[in-house]
Design a protein around this ligand. Structure first.
Ligand code: ATP
Length: 374
């Protein structure tokens, strides 16, 4: 068992007209033995290409992939001791479940037939598909096919599992069930797993760590809580969390009473220690998570309290999503700020309220580069 290392890997595709696409741009990640790492990012950010390079299904333009100390760039896919699970399941339609599961072991190992049969039975039992072994994929539901695809990967007992959006063809309820089951299985098997998804909720709930990609570049790798509480930049801050973090453009001003962030429709005083982290006369972007905003009735009386008007309320059951407008001039409607509050609390649209944004909850990003400043 060993660490899997991506060392500055890059993939450049050349299109027919000679145009070059940098799909993956200098990505470096050390994946620990037994770790569940989720690669996440918006469509086209290079997740699948990264996974396919680890699998050996795509060549690497530059950089190294290592399993332990061994560089595996040129090792053919079938010799990498890696099993991949695809979104499409990729089961052989003419083979039974049993044949689909045993095929890989028959082809790539010299394991005895009775040992293969024993392993297939055992894995099928673990995956709850033992009674489906003699059926063909066409006779199975989507969820059952998904289990077979996972079972086929597990039965090979590889060093690494690679999974490319394996749950995206399942309905919401089944997907939630399979998430939990996959996590349980991964813990039980303790096999290094790299899991690709574009769904930030899936990433945040499943991964030991998440690696967040945008436009081929690694933005941050860390535990879900690290990425949530200490996002490296504005992209990560906006990608992690639902509803997304609010961003407000500000100008830093030194006033007699202390430093203030001046936004279009409100001023937000900040402590000297925070101001000291910001470049002088800069334009930091203030980041506020919807769940950190407190709303109360009455007029503002304390620091970090701002008058606001409730624009729209969306009841979601356990919580309400509240769209807030700041400032007196209702003819100049800026982008609403979104807050989430307890579903039991009753406010009305048009109501004037006081919004409290605790200073301990704010994030600040460089207005130009987007890098986190605080
Ligand atoms: P999705 O979530 O939509 O599957 P992704 O994050 O997995 O996206 P990739 O499939 O890795 O993204 O694609 C990354 C970039 O590389 C995209 O711009 C894509 O168009 C491009 N790309 C991928 N494969 C090829 C190819 N074979 N030839 C040319 N460009 C490619």
């Amino acid at each position: 068992m060993a660490q899997t290392t991506l060392d500055n890997i890059t993939k450049v595709f050349t299109e027919d007209d000679g145009n070059e696409i940098v799909a993956v741009d200098g990505v470096s990640i050390d994946i620990d033995d037994g770790e569940f790492l989720v690669l996440v990012g918006p469509s086209g950010c290079g997740k699948s290409t990264t996974l396919r390079m680890i699998a050996g299904l795509e060549s690497i333009s530059s950089g190294d992939i290592r399993l332990g100390d061994r560089v595996i760039n040129d090792v053919p896919a079938k010799n990498r001791d890696i099993a991949m699970v695809f979104q499409s399941y990729a089961l052989y339609p003419h083979m039974t479940v049993r044949e689909n599961m045993s095929f890989g072991l028959e082809e790539s190992t010299d394991m005895a037939d009775d040992e293969i049969a024993r392993r297939v039975e055992e894995t099928a039992e673990m995956m709850g598909i033992a009674d489906l072994l003699d059926r063909k994929p066409g006779e199975l539901s989507g969820g059952q096919q998904q289990r077979v695809a996972l079972g086929r990967a597990i039965v090979r007992d590889p060093s690494v599992f690679l999974m490319d959006e394996p749950l995206s063809n399942l309905d919401a309820k089944l997907r939630a069930e399979m998430r939990t089951e996959l996590q349980r299985l991964q813990e039980e098997l303790d096999t290094t797993t790299v899991y690709v998804t574009h769904d930030q909720t899936e990433a945040m709930t499943m991964g030991d760590r998440v690696a967040i990609l945008d436009d081929g570049r690694l933005q941050q790798v860390g535990t879900p809580l690290e990425c949530y509480h200490r996002p490296a930049n504005r992209f990560v801050a906006g990608f992690v969390g639902e509803p997304s973090m609010n961003f407000v453009e500000t100008t830093l001003r030194d006033e007699p009473g202390g430093a203030v962030l001046e936004a279009d429709s409100f001023d937000y005083p900040i402590a000297d220690e925070i101001a000291a982290e910001l470049p002088e006369s800069s334009n930091p972007v203030l980041g506020i998570r919807p769940e950190d905003i407190e709303i109360s009735e009455g007029a503002p009386s304390g620091e970090h309290e701002i008058a606001a008007t409730i624009d729209v309320i969306e009841p979601m059951g356990d919580e309400n999503i509240v769209y807030l407008q700041f400032g007196d001039d209702s003819s100049v409607r800026g982008k609403s700020i979104i807050a989430t509050i307890d579903g039991m609390r009753r406010f009305e649209s048009g109501q004037t309220v006081t919004v409290h944004v605790p200073e301990s909850a704010i994030h600040l990003f460089d207005g130009a580069s987007g890098e986190a400043l605080h």
